[in-house]
Ligand binder design. Structure first.
Ligand SMILES: [Zn+2]
Length: 216
């Protein structure tokens, strides 16, 4: 398992998109401009743009990109409601097998899989439904699996002030499977950790719980 280290290139502690987010409003203009670029690509491919199957393809692709890259939109960052840790719970909270879809920043084709997120609370806890939203926010943009893993860990570390946090992501990359080395079904695993997860015992407890399959 590879453990990535935050390089500080992406500031995820404040508003995650900084000033680079795509402004809301004028979606018609945005779709129109993006569709124009898609038409250009299709022309370069010598496609018959009168083929009925292609008639609205540029607009469909433009709208699809806006959906798949929603994390880049202004205001997309999830509101994180935290609660005081009144029960004084100081053990591991784990959310396993959270599915996600993202797009490889290098090839603009999907990579997808599951994230496993664990944290040990300090003074605050977070609603469990928020963990998938944080994952989705960072997944819906051109992304690297390594960076996605780090961003989720950094977000929780910065916002919750937990004793520790660890994120493991397992994913299939279509840029590996459909092209290049064409290794179908290869799984890439990344992990990121903060705080007490640096302690081998804590980390091993999490990994042991991950390995345990629950039959529902
Ligand atoms: Zn790729």
């Amino acid at each position: 398992m590879k453990e990535t280290v935050a390089e500080g290139a992406y500031d995820t502690t404040e508003t995650a998109n900084g000033d680079n987010s795509i402004p809301m409003g004028d979606d018609d203009g945005l779709v129109h401009r993006m569709a124009g670029h898609m038409t250009g690509i299709m022309r370069e491919l010598n496609l018959d743009l009168d083929d009925p199957n292609f008639i609205e393809t540029p607009e469909r692709v433009a709208k699809m990109y806006l959906e798949m890259f929603h994390g880049l939109r202004e205001g997309a960052e999830p509101k994180i409601t935290t609660f005081p840790n009144e029960g004084d719970y100081h053990h591991m909270v784990i959310e396993k097998e959270i599915p996600f879809y993202s797009m490889c920043a290098h090839h603009f084709v999907p990579f997808y899989g599951h994230a496993h997120i664990a944290y040990i609370p300090g003074e605050t806890i977070v609603g469990l439904s928020k963990l998938p939203r944080i994952l989705e926010f960072y997944a819906k943009r051109p992304q690297l699996q390594e960076r996605l893993t780090e961003q989720i860990a950094e977000f929780l570390w910065g916002r919750l002030g937990p004793q520790g946090v660890m994120v493991v992501i397992e994913a299939r990359h279509l840029c590996v499977e459909m092209r290049g080395v064409k290794k179908s079904g290869a799984l890439t695993t990344t992990s990121a950790l903060r705080g007490c997860f640096a302690d081998r015992k804590v980390r091993e407890e999490f990994l042991a719980l991950l390995a345990r399959k629950t039959a529902w």
